[in-house]
Design a protein around this ligand. Structure first.
Ligand code: NAP
Length: 262
């Protein structure tokens, strides 16, 4: 059976990550599935093996635990069959700045930012050396629309978007594909963990299947940033063109005249 190599998917025990695992196996990838809940990972793996015959390995790990994270990094460094990394594991919150639990916020930063960064930087040199490989980072629309949910969550996803631009800048010329995916509200257990289960039933909430299928269509069409729920795609193109244009104007040896600095 031919293979596209191995995709390592974090947060693959349920939700968006489990759908990625299913779709990628059906596309011809072998899989390494990472999450904390081994039993659920085994269930996902068994179903996919049964349906596709692909090789599926489970790698139970808490990406907020330094030694677990190091084990995943070692796999990314040492397994040369890996051609794709999907940084999908993430948690959210709806708590406001006045009542959020700071320890939970720190753990969110650890998972949504630190783990994603370490895994990306671990695999990047191997991909660059081979001149091939794909890194998909799951951000969120709240990385742009920061006022909608908890601020640390939104800021962690803004980080993912900015980090994706930087990875693209550093790695595209080496033949490495980067994609940042910005789902809107998606019907997964994310909302139970975040503290607002009712969002799963909302009229604007997308299924995880549709979100992942759109994200993969965006990958196929070469998008750097994919927003499954944004119907007016030109709006992103305009925003991005403005951002790049503004980027060229931000630094100057003299303060702007409006500040009246003599
Ligand atoms: P989900 O159904 O809650 O799945 C989250 C996954 O991450 C699970 O597999 C979970 O597995 C894993 N995970 C959580 N903490 C972990 C840890 N410390 N170490 C390793 N794995 C961990 O949520 P989802 O909606 O699929 O979310 C996937 C990604 O999409 C996240 O980055 C999220 O921010 C993003 N997103 C979601 C939505 C939405 O509305 N659902 C919208 C925009 C973006 P275990 O519990 O087994 O560890």
């Amino acid at each position: 059976m031919s293979t596209l190599g191995t995709a390592l998917v974090t947060g693959a025990s349920t939700g968006i990550g489990a759908i990625y695992a299913d779709r990628l196996a059906k596309r011809g990838y072998d899989l390494i599935l990472v999450a904390r809940n081994e039993q659920r990972l085994q269930g996902v793996a068994e179903t996919i093996r049964g349906e596709t015959g692909r090789k599926v390995t489970v790698l139970p790990a808490d990406l907020n635990n330094a030694s677990d994270l190091a084990r995943v990094e070692a796999v990314l460094r040492d397994d040369s069959s890996i051609t794709m990394l999907i940084n999908n594991a993430g948690v959210g919150s709806v708590a406001s700045s006045l009542n959020a639990d700071i320890d939970k916020m720190e753990a969110m930063i650890g998972l949504n930012i630190t783990a994603l960064t370490r895994l990306s930087y671990t695999v990047a040199p191997a991909f660059a050396e081979r001149g091939a490989g794909t890194i998909i980072n799951i951000a969120s629309v709240v990385g742009i629309a920061a006022e909608i949910l908890n601020g640390v969550y939104s800021a962690s996803k803004a980080y993912v978007i900015a980090f994706g631009h930087s990875l693209q800048n550093d790695l595209a010329a080496q033949g490495v594909r980067i994609q940042s995916v910005l789902p809107g509200a998606t019907a997964t257990e994310f909302w139970d963990v975040a503290g607002y289960s009712a969002q799963k039933e909302s009229a604007i909430t997308m299924s995880a299947e549709d979100a992942v299928d759109a994200a993969l269509a965006g990958l196929d069409s070469g998008e750097l940033v994919t927003i499954p729920g944004l119907h007016e795609g030109e709006a992103w193109d305009r925003w991005e063109a403005d951002r790049r244009n503004l980027s060229l104007k931000l630094a100057n040896a003299k303060p702007a005249p409006r500040y009246n600095i003599a």
